[in-house]
Design a protein around this ligand. Structure first.
Ligand code: PLP
Length: 245
């Protein structure tokens, strides 16, 4: 593996700038993760991949906005955020890459076998796929991915505006790299963060604790999370600031 770009030195609080990415000539593929669930960063436009196919883990922002699938050699996404229940992975793969699929791969890891058998080589997760189908119908019924993107922009925008309002809360991702799915932030001390989490949970706003590897707070606002929930969180944050600021 050749790491083409990393912001490790900045605790991954931003997406590498184009000038920081050094592609390897002749690389088999270039991989990126379109949204970093843990740190709360997201590629707002795709990285250049040169002549190599771009392969993306889109697990945490797939179906959050329209994407140009022609730009990718392969997209894979665990269903558990925006698509449906865990246990299903959506894969979109270019025919050219399928044709190059190695014969020495174990059958169950070979997308060519899966594609040739219409994703029915083995007994698939029928319930998960059924729910994924319902989710797709729901997305269509509310106006498709353009409408979903608009709602997501608005939801994330409300939370980031709250983070930027006074400085009581501090967004951890650089502004240009902010995720629309996972809004990460800190308070002045870990004690205050614990209090925030406890009182938020008591107010019905569950799951705000950041990922165990980074701490802090994280509001995950995937497609299924209602805008009214974001409004409730903003109200709670204002009240918490008023009584603890
Ligand atoms: C971007 C991304 N990739 C991969 C994973 C891990 O997925 P799984 O637990 O299905 O391996 C996650 C979290 O669920 C994620 O957010």
């Amino acid at each position: 593996v050749h790491v083409t770009g990393s912001t490790k030195a900045d605790n991954y609080n931003r997406i590498p700038s184009p000038g920081e990415i050094a592609l390897t000539p002749g690389a088999a593929y270039v991989h990126c993760t379109t949204n970093n669930t843990i740190e709360g960063t997201e590629w707002s436009s795709l990285p250049a991949a040169g002549d190599a196919p771009l392969v993306a883990d889109a697990s945490s922002d797939i179906f959050s906005r329209p994407i140009d699938v022609r730009r990718f050699g392969l997209i894979y996404a665990g269903a558990q955020k925006n698509l449906g229940p865990s246990g299903v992975t959506l894969v979109i793969v270019h025919n050219d890459l399928l044709a190059r699929s190695s014969k020495s791969l174990p059958t169950m890891l070979n997308y060519k076998v899966m594609a040739e058998n219409n994703s029915l080589y083995n007994t698939p997760n029928t319930f998960g796929i059924y729910i994924l189908g319902l989710t797709m119908k729901w997305v269509k019924s509310i106006g498709g991915l353009a409408a979903v993107a608009e709602t997501n922009d608005r939801k994330a925008g409300k939370l980031y505006a709250e983070l930027d309002r006074t400085g009581f809360y501090r967004g951890t991702a650089e502004k240009a790299s902010r995720s629309r799915m996972n809004v990460t932030f800190r308070l002045a001390s870990e004690d205050l963060e614990k209090k925030f989490e406890k009182e938020a949970t008591a107010a019905g706003l569950d799951g705000l604790k950041g990922h165990r590897s980074v701490g802090g707070m994280r509001a995950s606002i995937y497609n299924a999370f209602p805008e009214a929930g974001v409004d409730a969180l903003v109200q709670f944050m204002r009240e918490f600031e008023r009584t603890n600021g």
